[in-house]
Ligand binder design. Structure first.
Ligand code: UN1
Length: 494
């Protein structure tokens, strides 16, 4: 364990303590004795300074040609590649998920950074004929201004990159407030950007809790807000942004479903449900927290799935052989436990798991057993509400139609998947599921950076991250008409 460090906010290229002098601790969720560092506990005053720095950096950054901005992003990606192992280990220490997954998280940031570096030479608009002679017209993107980013702890480098890289390539400047559980990975992302030559003030970071977040999303000089987190907080962000007509992108809850049909390859479906349900300890927006089973395969699937869940090795994600890490913090662990109790009180059967793990090396961390709840009905809270932990609810159905109906019966619409060998069933489900992401013969997790990411219904507010769609969040369109006739030409009149 390396010595704890002291981290300030990053404002105008300098490390600055909180105006109040306050700080908070970042501890390892696998072993809370391990203090990673202290971080500035920011308030409204710190946000004012950070937004002022971002605003001051804006004219020069947006004047830099986009391909040049792209070169900085490209170099950033190269640095992330070089430091991947170091940043992944730091991330496991602060977030808990196993090394293979934190490597994946850094890789997702690398992918997004390369992708958006390429957008430095694209950002395509339209050219189109005019209805008038000797008149030329085209559309171009322009930056919104200062982007305020509020990011979660479950993908501590990937999600900041999803928001930051499109914002930057378009010429916006940034203030980011990472989740207080995982600020170090944002610090590391900023290190890479700065080493790559990002000018001071273009990306600023304030660390802290809800006070800093609220100040950021309601600041009048922040033109675009992008938030990933809970639906309850998302609603507040949306309301604050709406008052000032800001662009607002929200990515919120999920209650994703794996549907296992009677003709499924059960080995594949069990593998997928284990990875989708217990990967990242179930702490993904895309986690497979419901498995809908056709009654013809329900018994066999359940037996195999429960055996696999029971056999998962839970522990410190830095140790070899560990398959599932801790829960992020004590509050989240208590929430997971309470849902297990709620499920049983509602009539679900606890098939395995259900308890926190506190023996041996797990004594100082926030560990919970992989948990499977059987005999769930669609109406139960454990079948409808996002738990964000290693708890999977099993629901039996009699047909594809019923699977789709149950799958769609929740308020969220992020990700869904079907296991079947029947192309007709696969296409019907693909067409009818009300989700932004859909998989065939794969679990609900594993989105790549070059397709749009986001959800329907109460998961989102109509926007998408990643791919070119992310550019829409962080830009305004400008339509340009150039009349070279030398005469007044009147559209719709002449
Ligand atoms: C999230 O859970 O918030 O598709 C993001 C996936 C990952 C991203 C998850 N690529 O599961």
């Amino acid at each position: 364990m390396s010595a704890p460090a002291v981290f300030g906010n990053r404002i105008g290229g300098a490390s600055v303590p909180a105006a109040s002098g306050a700080s908070f601790e970042n501890r390892n969720p696998a072993d809370a004795r391990d203090l990673i560092g202290t971080f500035a506990d920011s308030g409204a005053e710190d946000v004012l300074r950070a937004v002022a720095a971002a605003k001051a950096a804006l004219p020069r950054w947006r004047a830099l040609p986009a391909p040049k901005r792209g070169e900085i992003l490209f170099r950033t990606a190269e640095i992330l590649v070089r430091r991947k192992e170091e940043f992944a280990a730091a991330m496991t220490r602060e977030m808990g998920k196993v090394l293979a997954e934190t490597r994946g998280d850094v890789q997702e940031a690398i992918d997004m950074t390369y992708y958006m570096a390429g957008e430095g030479r694209r950002q395509f608009g339209q050219t189109t004929p005019s209805e008038l002679a000797r008149k030329f017209q085209m559309s171009v993107r322009m930056p919104v201004g200062v982007a305020g980013l509020v990011t979660p702890w479950n993908f501590p480098m990937a999600i900041p990159s999803w928001k930051m890289m499109p914002a930057l390539i378009l010429g916006n400047t940034v203030v980011i407030k990472p989740a207080p559980d995982t600020p170090l990975s944002t610090v590391n992302l900023l290190l890479a950007l700065e080493e790559a030559g990002l000018p001071p003030g273009v990306v600023n970071m304030v660390t802290g809790g809800p006070e800093a977040g609220a100040a950021l999303v309601s600041h009048p000089d922040v033109g675009v807000v992008s938030f990933t987190g809970s639906t309850a907080t998302g609603r507040k962000v949306s309301e604050a942004a709406a008052r000032l007509f800001k662009h607002c992108h929200l990515e919120m809850g999920g209650k994703n479903v794996v549907m296992v049909m009677e003709d499924a390859d059960l080995d594949l479906a069990v593998d997928g449900a284990v990875w989708g349900g217990f990967g990242t300890s179930g702490q993904r927006c895309t986690a497979a927290s419901r498995v809908v089973l056709h009654e013809a395969v329900a018994r066999e699937f359940t037996e195999r799935f429960v055996a696999r869940a029971r056999a998962l090795r839970v522990g410190n994600g830095l140790e070899a052989g560990i398959e599932m890490g801790p829960i992020i913090n004590a509050a989240q662990l208590a929430r997971v436990e309470s849902y297990v109790a709620v499920g049983q009180a509602e009539g679900a059967t606890l098939l395995t798991g259900g308890k926190r793990l506190a023996g041996g090396t797990q004594a100082h961390g926030f560990f919970h057993e992989p948990t499977v709840l059987g005999d769930c009905t669609p109406a139960m809270r454990v079948s409808r509400e996002e738990i964000f932990g290693p708890v999977v609810s099993l629901i039996r159905v009699g047909s594809l139609e019923e699977a789709i109906e149950v799958g769609n019966s929740v308020e969220y619409g992020l990700s869904a998947s079907i296991y079947t060998r029947d192309v007709n069933k696969a296409f019907r489900a693909m067409n009818e599921m009300e989700t932004g992401i859909f998989y065939v013969n794969a679990p609900t997790i594993g989105a790549e950076t070059h397709l749009p990411f986001g959800g329907a219904k109460n998961t989102g507010n109509g926007h998408r991250e990643a791919c070119v769609q992310a550019l829409d969040v962080f830009s305004e369109w400008k339509s340009i008409y150039i009349d070279y006739s030398g005469a007044l030409q009147r559209a719709q009149i002449d």
